[in-house]
Design a protein around this ligand. Structure first.
Ligand SMILES: Cc1cc2nc3c(=O)[nH]c(=O)nc-3n(C[C@H](O)[C@H](O)[C@H](O)COP(=O)(O)O)c2cc1C
Length: 199
């Protein structure tokens, strides 16, 4: 049984191209496995809070000393981290918002990057502690960033690769659908992205 965690960060529901691309990736994964279980974490419904003092206090207080306030503050983070450790495969949908990722996705990342839990520093440098996972990114953009004049602003996939790698998820495949805002490309953008999916 392959356990997939599908992380959604577009609030556009059935109209969302990143969700459609993410679902198409999952359909392809299903062709490779006799049994697949999908858990959906929709970050637009019940978003993770921006990190406040209470969260940081909880992150940096040893578990055995946690107060009730610490326990409440760390609940989201523990839930999100458990979902990742429970999964074999992560499918992360990431529409580009103002050259970066949606803030809901950034908040989720802020809750899963936890010193001592998902990464640690050793004498040799940082070590990611989420081992043995495969991740697929479904990156969708209004412009084109995989090549051409906007390639220097291709921040979404490199950022996600870096931060996932930092917590140990180093096996990351990027799939893209691009050009949703470009008159010549928009009609075919999704289908082209789906046709080009690599696992
Ligand atoms: C708030 C917002 C900001 C956006 N910023 C960018 C951007 O900086 N660059 C870009 O190429 N497209 C941008 N887009 C277009 C989206 O990346 C594109 O339409 C994407 O497919 C949306 O994903 P969705 O259909 O899953 O919601 C933006 C869209 C929105 C709604």
């Amino acid at each position: 049984m392959a356990k997939i965690l599908h992380v959604i960060s577009s609030p556009r529901g059935e109209a969302s191209n990143s969700i459609k691309l993410g679902n198409a990736i999952i359909d392809k994964i299903k062709e490779q496995h006799s049994e697949v279980a999908v858990t959906v974490r929709d970050l637009t419904k019940g978003p993770f809070p921006h990190l406040e003092e209470a969260h940081l206090n909880a992150f940096f207080t040893p578990v055995e000393q946690h107060t009730d306030e610490n326990k409440e503050a760390i609940r989201h983070s523990n839930e999100a981290i458990k979902e990742i450790f429970d999964a074999d495969i992560l499918v992360i949908d990431a529409p580009m918002y103002n050259f970066g990722i949606p803030s809901t996705l950034k908040s989720w990342i802020d809750h899963i990057a936890r010193a001592g839990i998902t990464f640690r520093y050793t004498a040799e440098g940082p070590e990611g502690l989420i081992k043995g996972k495969k991740a697929y990114l479904a990156v969708t953009t209004g412009g084109v960033y995989s090549s051409g004049p906007m390639a220097s602003a291709d921040f979404v996939a490199p950022y996600l690769r870096a931060v996932l790698g930092f917590v140990g998820v180093t096996d990351v495949t990027v799939n893209r659908a691009e050009g949703f805002a470009m008159p010549d490309l928009q009609a075919e953008a999704l289908q082209k992205g789906i046709d080009n999916i690599t696992l």
